[in-house]
Design a protein around this ligand. Sequence first.
Ligand code: VGL
Ligand code: ZN
Length: 201
Amino acid sequence: MIKTTGLLIVDVQNDFCPGGALAVEDGDRVVPVLNEYARRVAALGGPVFTSRDWHPPQTRHFRSGGGPWPAHCVQDTEGAAFHPDLAPPAGSTVITKGDNALDDGYSAFDGHDDAGVDLTSALQANGVSRLLVGGLATDYCVHASVLDARNNGFDTVLLLDAIRGIDVEEGDVARAMDEMLRAGATTATLDTVDSVIGTPA
Ligand code: VGL
Ligand code: ZN
């Protein structure tokens, strides 16, 4: 059976890149790699989704509201904008999450497109059965999104060369990796992904 492959690019936003409010070390290094994955998926006719953390100024997610994080990715700020070099193909879909003051919105599957359609429905509408996942941060939003992708029945491929983590506590990234693999995620890199997703005929 031919599988349609989609790509989910998680939270490649200025605040998660060096210089940002919640910078992930080397977070910006995923950008050119993800652009190449996006090119390959689009060449196969697959859809590309880019999620964005999109918090209101006051939210339970921030320390100011009792949560764990400094303010980051506040709606309509420069920090919430996608990294300027991220170049998803025309027709890609933005998935907004964390936009409710009561929700952390770690998972892209808790988000919605501009029409309010959730990610699972959007993937199903595109016939996607296999989902490649990369972006930021490995131990938070990538982790939550990969586990939800598995729970929603998608073949889920974690892109090892296109993720970076925070490691608030040392070992967080390793634990997150372990959980994603135990949940049935497989892995690929740019060197191996063509053997997973195929190449254009
Ligand atoms: C994220 C912490 C707080 C993420 C978002 O995108 O991984 N991490 N909000
Ligand atoms: Zn956040």
